[in-house]
Unconditional design. Structure first.
Length: 224
């Protein structure tokens, strides 16, 4: 993402992709969270798009990006994944991939990291992360996965049924959870049942105390 922002200042073309072989440090919504990636083992890339050329508000893109990763993994490897809103991809409750979207001037940076051929993880994420090689017990071709994700994302931008596809994979749908709203450090939280997402990718919660349907544009889900 740092390289992407530097390239934007130099007039890079929309659609440019920066792929990393190794990640020295992670960027996430929580400063204390880390991403472990051994050299050459995982798929790590950032896609540069122009917000003005999207047919909808850019806030939908994090959700579509996570959905595209889920669909691509399912198509190539027959692995059933869930999506923890807005865009973490999980396998049996463990994190398989993460997405982070960031704006820079008129551009949108979509950063995606997928655990592919890394066989083990260290504490503190050893119990909460997994990789494709752990699931299939064989290495995968990262370049094929990259191409499939990009192709799928292009399709999802035009897909009118993306919400159906997303909600069928929505982690904890109809389950009770706590959602911390906004950005870290969080100031508000809502206890409710996850009902789905709206047309722009916002989470729809049914509040436990009032029964009211509440839209959450940004935040993080925590189970009790």
């Amino acid at each position: 993402m740092d390289d992407a922002e530097s390239l934007i200042k130099k007039g890079v073309k929309e659609g440019t992709i920066i792929v990393a072989d190794y990640q020295e440090a992670g960027i996430g919504r929580f400063s204390e969270r880390i991403w472990q990636s051994k050299p050459g083992k995982n798929l790590l890339f950032t896609l540069i798009l122009n917000k003005k050329n999207l047919p909808f508000k850019w806030l939908r893109m994090p959700v579509l990006s996570g959905l595209s990763v889920s669909l691509a993994i399912e198509k190539l490897f027959a692995i059933k994944t869930d999506i923890k809103w807005p865009n973490d991809v999980l396998f049996e409750g463990k994190k398989l991939a993460g997405v982070l979207c960031k704006t820079s001037d008129s551009y949108l940076l979509i950063g995606i990291g997928i655990n592919c051929n890394q066989k083990e993880f260290l504490k503190p994420i050893k119990q909460s992360a997994c990789s494709i090689i752990q699931i299939l017990n064989k290495e995968i071709d990262k370049s094929i996965l990259l191409l499939e994700i990009l192709t799928t994302l292009k399709d999802m931008i035009q897909d009118k049924e993306w919400r159906i596809k997303f909600e069928s994979r929505l982690y904890l749908k109809e389950k009770k959870c706590i959602v911390f709203c906004g950005y870290y450090p969080f100031k508000t939280q809502i206890e409710g049942f996850i009902k789905g997402v709206d047309s722009e990718g916002a989470l729809i919660l049914k509040a436990v105390d009032s029964g009211e349907l509440i839209k959450v544009v940004s935040g993080s889900i925590f189970t009790e």
